[in-house]
Design a protein around this ligand. Structure first.
Ligand code: ATP
Ligand code: MG
Length: 394
């Protein structure tokens, strides 16, 4: 067994010693069977959340109403979820009530795709009632049970299917694909936050180009915020060579740039992205528009900042089909040569000016400091108290 599971094995042992069942489940088992790196080891158990909390001293109630407790153990954290079946589905959304059960099989049955419905014991034995490991071998995404029913129960699963196409480079199994064609509209009922999380993951998958094409071909983009009218532009993005070199912020930016969105903030707010991500994506887009008209120079680098300039340069380069490494190296070199990287590095302050000028405080200080900052940045004077004093008053 490989490292993340080895470390978690004693968790399963502890739960079993208390008289309950416990298994590794979900994405970690799937990724393990594919020889992919494993993100988080998730655990499913017959123990109730309260019973888990009695076994482990350090826990956090992250989703206790759904049966999930976060256990902090030997420097790692693990989500431990009680076997559950989901209650009645209403409005094509996830059920609000869940029923805890003691049967693993039923818990696996509520899961979305066969590849995600495999459990593994601490000894590496698989419990795979829906033949998920065969689908993994054949690289197929197949719903557990009737695809029509499963998508009607929770329409988000359709987005998840496409994001797994992106992440794993799998194909949609025939029936799963047919249902997806039929029920796309049900995505209208899904909370934007949930759609955003899956879409953001879709954007960074190894197979994102095909996934974006599929999203448009299956018309799912119509039910995503502000993308309804942009099938051509989304395909245009999907066709950009080297698209997979971009990170999630650059991907959001390149979409906005390609659909010529002027209301960047509104677009991203409607997608309910976190405020700090919105700020970053907006900055990347405007740096990109600046770069379209200009070469990078001292002023731009200083005011926009190296990080945002590099994001914008990556987008600019793949659109222009240039060499990313070379262009980033150019930015790094320019940036390293800046005499100061930030206003805080200026050696003089308002206090110096007050002493030197024998004047009272006022708006002139800010003005004068700005002048000094510019002069230092452009190399007209050294960032040194005496040099600045001489430059100002001689
Ligand atoms: P990743 O490694 O990309 O996180 P994952 O399979 O772990 O992929 P999660 O969103 O973390 O995906 O979900 C964990 C597990 O919970 C899934 O593997 C699946 O078994 C189950 N699951 C998640 N969302 C749904 C859903 N909407 N319907 C049914 N089962 C779901
Ligand atoms: Mg996961």
């Amino acid at each position: 067994m490989i490292e993340p599971f080895v470390k978690a094995t004693s968790i399963l042992e502890k739960i079993e010693a208390a008289g309950f069942e416990a298994y590794f489940v979900g994405g970690s088992v799937r990724d393990y069977l594919m020889n992919n790196p494993i993100a988080d080891v998730d655990i499913a158990t017959s123990a109730l959340p309260e019973e888990i909390k009695e076994i482990f001293p350090k826990t956090v109630d992250v989703g206790i109403e759904h049966g999930t407790v976060l256990v902090l153990y030997k420097g790692e954290s693990y989500e431990i979820t009680t076997f559950r079946s989901e209650g009645k589905y209403e409005d094509f959304r996830r059920p609000t009530d869940v029923t805890f059960i003691r049967s693993l099989k039923e818990d696996l049955q509520r899961r979305d795709f066969t590849m995600n419905a495999i459990a593994m014991t601490k000894d590496g034995k698989l419990i795979d009632p829906f033949s998920g490991s065969i689908d993994i071998q054949n690289k197929l995404i197949r719903t557990v049970g009737q695809a029509d029913e499963r998508f009607k129960e929770d329409a988000l699963r359709m987005m998840r299917a496409i994001r797994f196409v992106s992440k794993l480079s799998f194909q949609l199994e025939e029936r799963t694909m047919q249902s997806l064609q039929k029920y796309g509209q049900l995505l209208e009922h899904i909370a934007v936050e949930r759609k955003q999380m899956e879409f953001s993951k879709l954007l960074i998958g190894a197979n994102r180009q095909e996934a974006l094409h599929l999203l448009v071909e299956l018309q799912l983009h119509q039910y995503l915020p502000r993308l309804k009218k942009y099938s051509l532009e989304l395909k245009q993005v999907a066709n950009i060579p080297a698209l997979t070199t971009l990170d999630v912020f650059e991907m959001w930016s390149i979409i906005l740039i390609t659909i010529h969105k002027e209301e960047i903030e509104l677009f991203l707010r409607e997608w309910k992205l976190p405020v700090k991500d919105i700020r970053k994506i907006k900055a990347i887009c405007s740096a990109y528009y600046y770069r379209m008209e200009n070469e990078w120079d001292i002023q731009a680098l200083y005011h926009i900042g190296k990080e945002i300039c590099i994001h914008a340069e990556k987008i600019h380069t793949i659109i222009k089909k240039g060499s990313i490494a070379e262009n980033i190296a150019h930015i790094e070199k320019l940036y390293d040569a800046l005499p100061i990287k930030d206003r805080k590095e200026l050696v003089i302050s308002g206090q110096h000016l007050l002493e030197w000028e024998n004047n009272t405080s006022g708006p002139w200080i800010k003005e004068r400091l700005k002048k000094v900052e510019q002069a230092v940045l452009l190399g007209h004077v050294k960032n040194d108290v005496n040099s600045i004093k001489e430059w100002l008053y001689s």
